[in-house]
Write a protein of this length. Structure first.
Length: 202
């Protein structure tokens, strides 16, 4: 059976940067239906989309991720998922911002394997450390906002990852205009305005 190529894109609930990741993945020829976008914290234990993707992956398949914290945000889970994917399932992981960690890296002599193992541990540590800092800043910001009487919630006009994904599929002619309108429950004019807004994100 021929191997397949996939991409995992994860964005937290407070960041809308999936468009950039989608662009990077489509540049690599990854089919839109093989680009999995999940919008939840990597610390979450549910991660239904990620778990579904893992079940789809077969030996020899290639999985692209932007960086190591797309697998998870905590040290232990990153190492666990890496082992499951690369050792148990035989999946090739390609990391955009750290090619040295690619699991099919050509140089497999002892010293290079050692260096990659060390780098994996360092990046797993950095991922959890950064996540803890982000959560701390978020908690401080929410507390400050509440103290000042500021209303919290999603700001008007923010484009979601689901909207961006549908626009990209429409622009790539993977879906029709009518399908896009039904998926987003928008009128034609509103959808065209959305397309224009997504274009400005490039």
């Amino acid at each position: 059976m021929a191997s397949s190529i996939y991409a995992l894109i994860r964005v937290s609930t407070d960041k809308q940067n999936e468009k950039r990741q989608v662009i990077e993945m489509t540049k690599r020829g990854i089919p839109s239906n093989n680009i999995v976008i999940e919008k939840e914290s990597g610390k979450s234990t549910s991660r239904a989309k990620y778990k579904k993707l893992v079940k789809r992956l077969r030996e020899g398949d290639v999985l692209y991720i932007e960086n190591i914290d797309r697998l998870a945000r905590d040290y232990d889970t990153i190492l666990k998922e890496w082992h499951i994917l690369t050792k148990q399932k035989g999946v090739i992981i390609k990391i955009l911002d750290t090619p040295m960690l690619d699991s099919d890296e050509a140089n497999h002599d002892l010293l290079n394997k050692f260096n990659r193992d060390i780098l994996l541990l360092i990046q797993a540590f950095q991922a959890e450390n950064e996540w803890q800092k982000i959560k701390s800043r978020q908690a401080q910001g929410i507390a400050a906002a509440k103290a000042s009487g500021k209303k919290l919630g999603r700001p008007k006009g923010v484009i979601t990852e689901a909207e961006i994904a549908v626009v990209i599929q429409y622009q790539n002619k993977d879906i029709t205009l009518n399908t896009a309108l039904k998926l987003l429950k928008l009128k034609r004019t509103a959808f065209y305005n959305l397309c224009s807004a997504v274009k400005k994100l490039n």
